[in-house]
Design a protein. Structure first.
Length: 231
C-alpha cells in the first residue's frame, strides 16, 4: 500500500493505516521521517510518499526473475460447467514450472484436461487450457492496495503494472482469473483480473491496484474487509 502524508497527519494515524510499528515504518520509509534537534521528537514529513510494501517488493523481485522472458498471451473463456484460461506455451516452459509456479494447479490436472501423457514435452506455440477454480460462494478477504511506487514495474506475470488498471495480486489464483469484489459498507462492486502475486504481509489476502481501491472507496482506509468471488 502507498500513502502520501497530508497536513495534520500524526505518526499514530499513518502507522496504523499502513499496519506497521513505528520501527518498521522508519526502516521502510527513512526519507519520510526526521528528528527535531530542539524537542528531540520524531516527526513525519508532509507530502512524503510512504509504503508498507518493501517485503512485497522483495518477493515480487524473485517472481519477476523467474517470469522474465516467459510471458504469453492468456485469454479466458466462460462455459456452463467449466471456466478455463488458455495459455500459449513459450520456449523453455515445462509442465512442472507451469503447474507449480505459474498457475498453482496439479500437473495431473493439466495432463488430463489437455489429453497429454505423463512424459509429454510441451512445444513452443502449443496452446493448453488451465481449469480455473470455481468458487460459487463469496468469501471475506482482507485487502490492501499498491500504486505509485510500483507503477510501471514488472509484475509476476511478466507485464508492467498499471496502477489505474482493474487488477489485483493474489498468492495462488492463476493469472488471468477474473474476480468480483464488493465493499460491503458501500455496496460498490468492481471486477478485476489477477495479474500479480501477493500480498506478502501476514493477515492479508489480496493487494488491489490503486484504481480498484479507488473505485471501492478504500484508498484512505488502507486495509479493508471485502467480499470476493471468482467469476
Amino acid at each position: 500500500m502507498d500513502y502520501q502524508i497530508r497536513k495534520g497527519d500524526s505518526i499514530e494515524k499513518v502507522t496504523r493505516l499502513l499496519g506497521l510499528s513505528w520501527n518498521e515504518f522508519r526502516r521502510l520509509n527513512p526519507e519520510a521521517v526526521s528528528h527535531s534537534g530542539k524537542t528531540g521528537r520524531w516527526y513525519i514529513k508532509e507530502g512524503a510518499c510512504v509504503s508498507n510494501s518493501k517485503s512485497f517488493q522483495a518477493e515480487l523481485d524473485t517472481a519477476q526473475a523467474a517470469a522474465k522472458g516467459k510471458s504469453s498471451q492468456i485469454k479466458t473463456e466462460d462455459g456452463e460447467k467449466n471456466r478455463w484460461i488458455y495459455y500459449t506455451v513459450k520456449q523453455g516452459d515445462t509442465l512442472a514450472v507451469l503447474a507449480k509456479k505459474k498457475f498453482n494447479v496439479p500437473v495431473q490436472d493439466i495432463l488430463r484436461d489437455n489429453g497429454l501423457q505423463k512424459a509429454s514435452r510441451l512445444q513452443a506455440g502449443q496452446e493448453i487450457k488451465i481449469r480455473i477454480p470455481s468458487y460459487q460462494q463469496k468469501e471475506t478477504v482482507t485487502a490492501s492496495w499498491y500504486g505509485k511506487t510500483h507503477h510501471g514495474k514488472q509484475m509476476a506475470n511478466g507485464k508492467k503494472f498499471d496502477m489505474n488498471a482493474a487488477t489485483l495480486a493474489h498468492r495462488f489464483l492463476p493469472f488471468g482469473t477474473r474476480v468480483e469484489l464488493e465493499n460491503p459498507e458501500t455496496g460498490q462492486v468492481v471486477k478485476a483480473t489477477v495479474t500479480d502475486r501477493g500480498p506478502f504481509v501476514a493477515g492479508r489476502d489480496v493487494d488491489l491496484s490503486y484504481g480498484v481501491a479507488k473505485k471501492l472507496s478504500v484508498v484512505e482506509k488502507g486495509v479493508s474487509k471485502l467480499q470476493m468471488r471468482v467469476i
